[in-house]
Design a protein around this ligand. Structure first.
Ligand code: XIL
Length: 328
């Protein structure tokens, strides 16, 4: 029962007019999500800057709306993310806190958020992107790195998983990262860390591969092998944020060759997930290009999602959609 997911908050930040989020305002968009997908995730609304915009003041209004919608439509929810180096509120990143205070802030946040959604969110990205992209995939403990690891040491990761597990013993707790689309230095770093944590009894349950891919950079052929080795550790795996982008023309469309290649890669990742035990969710990072983070983030690239807005304002299925449909 693979869950083919999608980002509920299928666009950028709601307050950003150039990069709006259609979820709160666009009923047609919400209907589309319920029709096409069976699981949702919050693209941004469960990140620290949204959930705890001021110290100690939680705001769940946007996040709740997505969870409520998912429940009304019998959809699962992936929670993203309990800890990360990015999209943290200024009060936190610029604040002057002692180690004890920071620990308390983190514990309170993790417990508050996970307990609120206990039973309603099936998978959590407990720690997002903790390793860097450098050659030896060092842990992000530098100046611009992960505040928790930098200030409290790597051991804090154990606590994040333990606290979250205490608040919702049924939720599956994941590590999640990009550029772990095969066996490489970064995925090795996760493998080693998780193996050690499991030996210590830390409740780590899953490894998520974001899978942000581009036709410009080619693909790794060890995707399945990588998922398999995590499955062999007894973990769940998930494709958590897939999109396959490419260079686009003035109509924001890839070349036909690239479209074929991108569809093939989507299918290949889906087949890998289907072939691996306990790879049980496949989340596409956005459903329409006009809301996707790709054109806003990677200049000149796009066409990365499964649907495009048709002239009458509907949701046209791209060939990639049909290729995925045929694979399921
Ligand atoms: C992105 C969102 O899609 C954007 O709207 C936001 O501006 C920045 O973050 N890895 C992650 C996601 O774990 O949270 C990121 O989402 C994409 C990369």
């Amino acid at each position: 029962d693979l869950k083919v997911g999608n980002v509920a908050a299928g666009g950028g930040h709601h307050e950003d007019e150039d990069y709006p989020d259609p979820f709160p305002d666009d009923e047609g968009y919400r209907e589309h999500l319920a029709e096409e997908y069976n699981s949702l995730t919050h693209e941004n609304y469960l990140k620290w800057e949204f959930v705890q915009p001021e110290e100690g003041e939680y705001d769940f209004s946007a996040a709740d709306a997505v969870v409520e919608f998912a429940q009304e439509h019998g959809m699962d929810v992936r929670g993203h993310a309990l800890s990360w180096h990015s999209q943290n509120p200024e009060w936190l990143e610029e604040g002057d806190f002692s180690e004890d205070e920071l620990r308390e802030i983190l514990e309170d946040h993790v417990r508050t958020v996970v307990s609120r959604y206990a039973g309603c969110i099936q998978q959590w990205d407990a720690a997002n992107e903790i390793f860097d992209d450098d050659e030896d995939a060092s842990i992000r403990d530098g100046e611009d790195g992960n505040i928790w690891i930098r200030e409290l040491g790597e051991e804090i990761l154990d606590d994040i998983f333990l606290w979250a597990h205490e608040e919702d013993p049924d939720a599956l707790l994941f590590y999640n990262d990009y550029n772990v689309d095969g066996v490489n230095a970064k995925s090795d770093a996760y493998y080693e860390l998780i193996e050690e944590q499991l030996d210590r009894g830390v409740p780590v349950h899953g490894f998520g591969s974001q899978t942000h891919l581009s036709m410009l950079y080619g693909f790794d052929d060890s995707y399945r092998e990588n998922l398999e080795r995590f499955a062999d550790l007894g973990l769940h795996t998930a494709v958590t944020e897939i999109d396959v982008r490419g260079e686009v023309d003035e109509d924001d469309v890839m070349s036909q060759d690239d479209r074929v290649g991108a569809a093939e890669r989507y299918v290949s990742v889906l087949e890998d997930c289907l072939a691996v035990d306990n790879c049980d969710s496949f989340t596409i990072w956005g459903t329409l290009d006009e809301h996707s983070w790709v054109p806003n983030t990677f200049e000149g690239e796009g066409d990365a999602t499964l649907h495009k807005r048709s002239d009458d304002g509907g949701f046209e299925r791209k060939p990639t959609y049909c290729a995925i449909q045929r694979t399921l």
